[in-house]
Design a protein around this ligand. Structure first.
Ligand SMILES: [Zn+2]
Length: 255
């Protein structure tokens, strides 16, 4: 291992040699750019970082990055660079990125040529395939990638806003605002269960902090809330009773 940031970056990224990222074109490009910066910049791509690595990455000139964006369908010539670069093995702990925009424009021939590489790239080489339409990506490619959907990631985040109505001590409980946000989310049963788990974990963490800091009022309040969570854990919403579940929980929570 050469230095710290390579180590961490490799630990995070090494588990996933090939990712297929789905989203709007602009967010795809900035998301991929950010992933590369997090791995190659000593500041992990902090928003105010303008180090040489970040500048090279932003200009697509970084020696550990090849960014491909074909006009039309991919040709074998477009992807040849991948095989040229990967002939060389990287230093221990180093990482190298190939970003392939418009992954839905990989043809059968280019996909075939890439399959083995995506499946088992030489150590340290990573592939970020970007597309606005996952369905249009050749199945053999899709099945070799870990899929990340940027739209659903941001939907997750916006769902977490709902939890502020349970966790934010500084926000006075307001049933009308809560109900209108609940309606806006339109949670189904599975999403409710997932969100409830996030809430349960957050309360458990708060409880731990309260115990450590010896805040007795908070410990008492959080003990009641943990009991409430346990009771509700056994009656998670089924068959579309999500909104009712959250409303009742909210009422008891703020009693
Ligand atoms: Zn930087």
């Amino acid at each position: 291992m050469r230095n710290g940031f390579f180590e961490t970056a490799t630990m995070v990224i090494n588990t996933v040699p090939a990712q297929l990222i789905v989203g709007q074109r602009d967010e795809l490009v900035s998301h991929a750019n950010q992933l590369v910066r997090e791995a190659l910049c000593p500041q992990k791509g902090a928003s105010n970082c303008f180090c040489t690595n970040c500048r090279w990455i932003n200009n697509r000139q970084h020696p550990s990055l090849v960014w491909i964006c074909p006009e039309n369908d991919y040709t074998l010539e477009d992807i040849e660079v991948i095989f040229e670069k990967t002939r060389f093995s990287l230093d221990d702990g180093a990482v190298f990125f190939f970003v392939l925009e418009k992954a839905n424009q990989l043809t059968a021939a280019t996909a075939n040529r890439l399959l083995k590489m995506l499946e088992e790239p030489p150590a340290g080489y990573h592939f970020l395939l970007l597309t606005t339409n996952a369905e249009a990506v050749i199945t053999t490619i899709r099945s070799r990638c870990v899929l990340t959907n940027l739209a659903s990631a941001s939907a997750d985040e916006s769902r977490h806003v709902l939890l502020q109505h349970f966790l934010n001590q500084h926000q006075p409980p307001d049933p009308f605002i809560f109900e209108s946000e609940l309606k806006k989310q339109g949670l189904d049963d599975a999403q409710s269960a997932a969100l409830f788990e996030v809430l349960a974990n957050a309360v458990a963490a708060l409880y731990k902090d309260a115990v450590l800091s010896g805040n007795h009022d908070l410990i008492e309040q959080l003990t009641r809330r943990q009991e409430l969570i346990e009771r509700n854990m056994r009656r998670l919403p089924q068959s579309g009773s999500s909104d009712l579940f959250w409303k009742q929980l909210w009422l008891r929570w703020h009693q």
